[in-house]
Design a protein around this ligand. Structure first.
Ligand code: ADP
Length: 636
């Protein structure tokens, strides 16, 4: 390739980095990253991806690799010049590619990305990794970076150069440049260690041993003028083809980081070879951290290979959306090598592989849940909300998914499974009770829980958005129906409880209560579907409950917030017959002029129930006026 210093009078174009990149660069250069050496891993990783991409394109356009079909990554340390060069003969980048790839942060989910920097080097490095800004790490070790590239099939080559200080230049480069990309780093004074053979060899071995291409390393320009022959610094075979016993944890971790653009450790690794009807190898990982764009994109990032040749990471067909947090590769022996990405859609071989791998993952999760509960709970904590999407959309696997689903509950600290819940059910209890809400803290405070708690009846606490949706599809587990405690009438009288004595004491007699409920019904009219005594309240005076056939309160509110729905449907107002306020109102309700005397109280009671549901009072101004009257009266 061209000597980066050599080109001269060619037209040079100066461009500013996208604002986000400039900010990021500043952060990278001025933060103290403990592992500066990762820049080399990033460059090798990109070089290897570039070769994978060209190898794929050449399947249908063999002329692209007519100059050479052997893919390599070369690393040259020049001690005299103080430069480190990383060169690949992969796909290369054209003029526009250089600008969009090395001048912007082009990944999805980058909105608000910069705001998330904490100043804590460890966490920030992870952020950088997640958003695929790996290339920019070169500015930790270099203040003059020259990228020369020719895209396979193009006649022209381009040179990109920057000191990482906010701008870069573009100029045409020697058109005879060899296909691919060459990156020359003029190393900073304090980064000269990256010219040492041993140091470089160790870095390559540590981070890039799994790369399935030979990485050659040459150190030139030593004082003693001795030029060593380039050596191959990595194993050079696809990691998933090696036997498990020969692969170290570190190698798995580095492979995971490479394929997943990740910086954390894999929480769980699944590596196997399927033989029989379909032959394929699988190396998949569960991350230990939740990627930030998990809910923005439902596409599985798993990479498809055919006989060791990378095909795509862009197909929907690899794994279902509810497993989209899994990273890694699937390598098929049966698909034809010249398969185009379009042909992958609805491809029966791929569908069978996907089915087999999905079932295997499910059984691995089941195994993990029983063998290493702690590890499984951590996995669930991160990805349970995604896995539960499967309960909604994957009817074939619903039962298997219910088995491995974990829940928060009023009955235990930490997580519980449904079978454990069922095993703790009370005598006479035939339903699995649950409540949904926006977050665990507010769900735990639901007034509707009170009666259940008092009777020691366990209730599942669901606070993921998806919970309201799958609960519409799933009716039962182990023959026990699911029942929302904020919907329908709750008759807890048949359930054996140690506390029944307290149950009947202190209640307003039914006949008196009926007078009050009739009065309230009359006043609230259409605003409620019913007014009735509640079995589920202990401390609180009132609550709202959806009708049995209606939509759960939380779901309805969520849909309304997203404007998919207008107007909340009517709900029943339940009142607590043991509450002092209800008792006082009930007494007054049978007296003369009760309607007029209690009308303000009834309005406030109703508003209170709405506020407890996280809603605003029916008429906020009237509510404030009523409160003011009451507050003035209470000042002594
Ligand atoms: P990431 O690799 O995570 O996408 P990078 O900042 O490392 O992020 O690289 C940005 C993009 O630049 C890559 O996605 C790729 O398209 C392109 N790129 C980087 N290095 C090379 C290379 N050696 N050959 C071809 N394209 C490259």
């Amino acid at each position: 390739m061209t000597d980066s210093q050599g080109t001269s009078e060619a037209v040079e174009e100066k461009r500013g980095f996208e604002a986000e990149v400039a900010k990021l660069l500043k952060l990278m250069v001025h933060s103290v990253y403990s592992e500066r050496e990762i820049f080399l891993r990033e460059l090798i990783s990109n070089a290897s991806d570039a070769c994978d991409k060209l190898r794929y394109e050449a399947l249908t356009q063999p002329e692209l690799i007519k100059d050479s079909g052997d893919f390599t990554v070369e690393i040259i340390a020049d001690k005299k010049a103080g430069t480190l060069t990383v060169r690949d003969n992969g796909i290369g980048m054209g003029h526009d590619d250089l600008i969009s790839n090395l001048g912007t942060i082009a990944r999805s989910g980058t909105e608000g990305f910069m705001d998330q920097f904490t100043g804590d080097a460890q966490k920030d490095v992870q952020l950088i990794g997640q958003f695929g800004v790996g290339f920019y790490s070169v500015f930790m070790v270099s203040d003059d970076v020259v990228v020369t590239s020719r895209r396979a099939g193009d006649d022209e080559a381009w040179q990109w150069r920057s000191d990482g200080e906010g701008s870069y230049t573009m100029r045409p480069a020697d058109a005879d440049s060899v296909r691919g990309t060459e990156i020359i780093l003029h190393l900073k004074e304090d980064a000269k260690e990256y010219l040492e053979q041993i140091r470089l060899q160790t870095i390559i071995k540590t981070y890039s041993d799994h790369i399935a291409l030979p990485i050659s390393l040459a150190v030139v320009g030593s004082d003693d003028e001795k030029t060593e022959e380039p050596l191959i610094a990595n194993e050079g075979s696809a990691l998933w083809t090696r036997t498990k016993s020969e692969i170290t944890e570190e190698q798995y971790t580095e492979f995971y980081r490479h394929t997943g653009h990740a910086y954390d450790e894999p929480a769980h690794t699944i590596h196997y070879k399927a033989e029989g009807m379909q032959e394929y190898s699988v190396l998949l990982f569960v991350p230990s951290q939740r990627p930030m764009n998990l809910f923005e994109n439902r596409k599985s990032p798993v990479k498809l290979y055919v006989k060791r040749v990378f095909i795509t990471d862009e197909t929907q067909e690899m794994l279902p959306g509810w497993l989209r947090f899994m990273h890694g590769i699937i390598d098929s022996e049966d698909l034809p090598l010249n398969i185009s990405r379009e042909m992958l859609q609805n491809n029966p071989v791929l569908a069978r592989i996907s089915k087999g791998v999905t079932n295997k993952i499910l059984s691995e999760f089941e195994k993990l849940a029983s063998k290493d509960t702690e590890k499984y709970e951590a996995l669930w904590e991160n990805f349970g909300a995604v896995i539960k999407e499967g309960l909604y959309e994957d009817s074939d696997r619903r039962d298997a998914l219910l088995k491995i689903s974990m829940f928060r509950s009023t009955g235990v600290e930490g997580w519980t499974t449904l079978s454990d819940y069922v095993s703790r059910m009370k005598e006479g209890q035939d339903k699995i009770y649950y409540v949904t809400g926006a977050d665990e803290v507010s769900v735990r405070k639901s007034p509707q829980l009170e009666g259940f708690k008092a009777k020691g009846i366990e209730v599942l606490l669901l606070s993921d958005t998806v919970d309201d949706f799958w609960m519409q599809m799933v009716t039962e587990f182990d023959g026990k129906a699911f029942q929302s405690i904020t919907r329908g009438a709750a008759d807890l009288s048949g359930i054996d409880s140690s506390d029944t004595a307290k149950d009947t004491a202190d209640k307003v007699p039914d006949s008196t209560l009926t007078v009050l409920t009739t009065l309230i019904k009359e006043q609230l009219g259409d605003r409620v579907s019913d007014v009735r005594a509640s079995d589920r309240l202990v401390e609180t005076a009132v609550c709202l409950v959806a009708d049995e056939g209606g939509m759960d309160i939380h779901l309805e509110r969520m849909l309304k917030a997203n404007s998919q729905f207008d107007g909340l449907s009517k709900r029943a107002l339940e009142i607590n017959p043991s509450h002092s306020l209800v008792k006082a109102m009930a007494e007054r309700a049978s007296g003369d002029g009760a309607i007029a005397a209690l009308s303000e109280q009834v309005e406030l009671l109703y508003d209170q129930a709405r506020i407890l549901e996280g809603e605003t009072p029916d008429d906020p101004a009237a509510f404030a006026a009523r409160m003011s009257v009451i507050m003035s009266g209470s000042i002594v």
